[in-house]
Design a protein around this ligand. Structure first.
Ligand SMILES: Cc1cc2nc3c(=O)[nH]c(=O)nc-3n(C[C@H](O)[C@H](O)[C@H](O)COP(=O)(O)OP(=O)(O)OC[C@H]3O[C@@H](n4cnc5c(N)ncnc54)[C@H](O)[C@@H]3O)c2cc1C
Length: 420
């Protein structure tokens, strides 16, 4: 890693100190870039081009408290408006960056403005993946990525009796849990044989399935959606048809089927893209003046020992901080252990580190009592943890993982003795 810092520092060594830094995107990563730049003493021109009307905010509450009507823009802001003003950022909002001219070092926007940059950060996140147009004929299908979408979806949920959730991943399951909290019936349609199949082993999928079924959700697994149409006798409702001919009716549908990273700007400018914008440990692309971070960036993960594009709150914040420092010439490698959480009903589930979907997990506690910590141990050290209502265990495990501390399975799995 020290070598990587030296290589990256050398690549940037010939460049003048930046006078103008432009950030494309106005989400959590962009917000942390501008905050950190000012904290680190950058006194030059700072332009943030963002296509949403809101100043940077955090998205995790969108599928939880915002959807339930318990939080709004003031609760989810990353920076209070006064503090943002104090950062002295030219926020071009709402405006959309439409091209990057790397030779002239100019970003152009939809509204016809342009700005010359010394360094550029692409923090464009992604958009909710859309269902194929070939199977959708109804307009009663919603997606959830932005605050405005969450507010509209919450209002619609509260007027509904049944919602159809397409996709049994994290967003879909959180929407179903919030629907149930609001007293709305929910059906989840998942094409795979288990929920969250791409991120957790089968035991956790079973736990989540049981959690939702106990809370009254109708979960359909191995369910291939072949069409989503207006209901034949009530055009204000929807009907889903599955491959086996089953039909499911609801007031409306929400699709949570993944994220498409916003990479087209970078791609059109010739910046390397491979499941996200390709960056190094410092958020730098091959162009020494262009950086990327957050959901849109594909980076080498020191912990996972492979390249990865993470979609998580912690990554959006911490990778952005590392990137901002590198923009100013301080190269501190991004080496955080990947961390993600989800809240559903009375369950807080956190995932830390490397959890292969076929991992054999050592169990501490009792999954059926909704309080357990599951460890993926390799060569006597913890590689990954899943904590179910056991944030304290996760905190200790994180420390041990960072220390590379040797552990024994008997201690880990003995829930009668606190981890210390
Ligand atoms: C509903 C929901 C719930 C979540 N829950 C959790 C959770 O519980 N735990 C967790 O760890 N993570 C969660 N996440 C993930 C986390 O919120 C994201 O990883 C994080 O928001 C990524 O931040 P970002 O800044 O990289 O991207 P984004 O937040 O997507 O921000 C990018 C911004 O750039 C804008 N933009 C894109 N292209 C342009 C352009 N050309 N010009 C101008 N602006 C542009 C976009 O519109 C957007 O506003 C959740 C995400 C969602 C959507």
């Amino acid at each position: 890693m020290a070598d990587a810092a030296a290589v990256s520092a050398a690549a940037h060594a010939g460049l003048d100190a930046p006078q103008t830094i432009v950030v494309i995107g106005g989400g959590q990563a962009a917000g942390w870039v501008v905050k950190t730049l000012r904290k680190e003493g950058f006194a030059g021109r700072l332009v943030m081009i963002a296509d949403e009307i809101h100043l940077p905010y955090e998205r995790p509450p969108l599928s939880k408290a915002v959807l339930a009507g318990e939080a709004d823009i003031d609760t989810v802001r990353l920076v209070k408006p006064d503090d943002f003003t104090a950062l002295n950022v030219e926020a071009w909002q709402p405006d959309c960056a439409t091209s990057i001219d790397r030779d002239a070092r100019i970003v152009r926007t939809q509204s016809g403005r342009e700005v010359h940059y010394d360094r550029l950060v692409i923090a464009t996140g992604g958009a909710a993946r859309k269902l194929p147009a070939s199977i959708v004929t109804t307009a009663h299908v919603a997606y959830l990525r932005t605050l405005d979408e969450a507010v509209a979806l919450g209002e619609r949920l509260r007027k509904s009796e049944r919602v159809l959730v397409i996709g049994g991943g994290w967003i879909g399951l959180e929407v179903a849990a919030t629907a149930r909290k609001l007293g709305v019936a929910a059906t989840v349609v998942e094409g795979a044989p288990r929920v969250c199949a791409r991120s957790v082993p089968p035991a956790i999928s079973s736990f989540l399935l049981n959690l939702h079924q106990t809370n009254g959700v109708d979960v359909r697994l191995n369910a291939a959606l072949v069409s989503l149409d207006d209901h034949p006798t009530d055009a204000n409702r929807v009907r889903a048809t599955l491959a086996d001919g089953t039909t499911l009716d609801a007031d409306f549908a929400v699709a949570g089927i993944g994220l498409t990273p916003h990479t087209s700007l970078a791609e059109a400018a010739g910046v390397a893209v491979a499941d996200g914008i390709v960056v190094d440990h410092f958020g730098a692309t091959e162009d020494p003046r262009i950086f990327a971070c957050g959901d849109v960036a594909n980076h080498p993960s020191a912990w996972l020992k492979r390249r990865v594009r993470l979609e998580s709150w912690a990554n959006a914040q911490n990778q952005a901080i590392v990137t901002a420092k590198a923009l100013l010439g301080t190269f501190e490698p991004y080496a955080e252990i990947p961390w993600f959480w989800s809240d559903q009903y009375d369950v807080n589930l956190q995932i830390l580190g490397d959890i292969p979907t076929d991992a054999e997990l050592a169990v501490r506690g009792d999954l059926s009592a909704k309080r357990a910590t599951l460890f993926h141990v390799e060569n006597g050290t913890i590689r990954g943890v899943i904590a179910i209502n056991s944030a304290r265990d996760l905190k200790i495990a994180r420390k041990w993982m960072n220390q590379g501390r040797a552990v024994d399975l008997a201690t880990l799995t003995d829930a009668s003795t606190a981890l210390a």
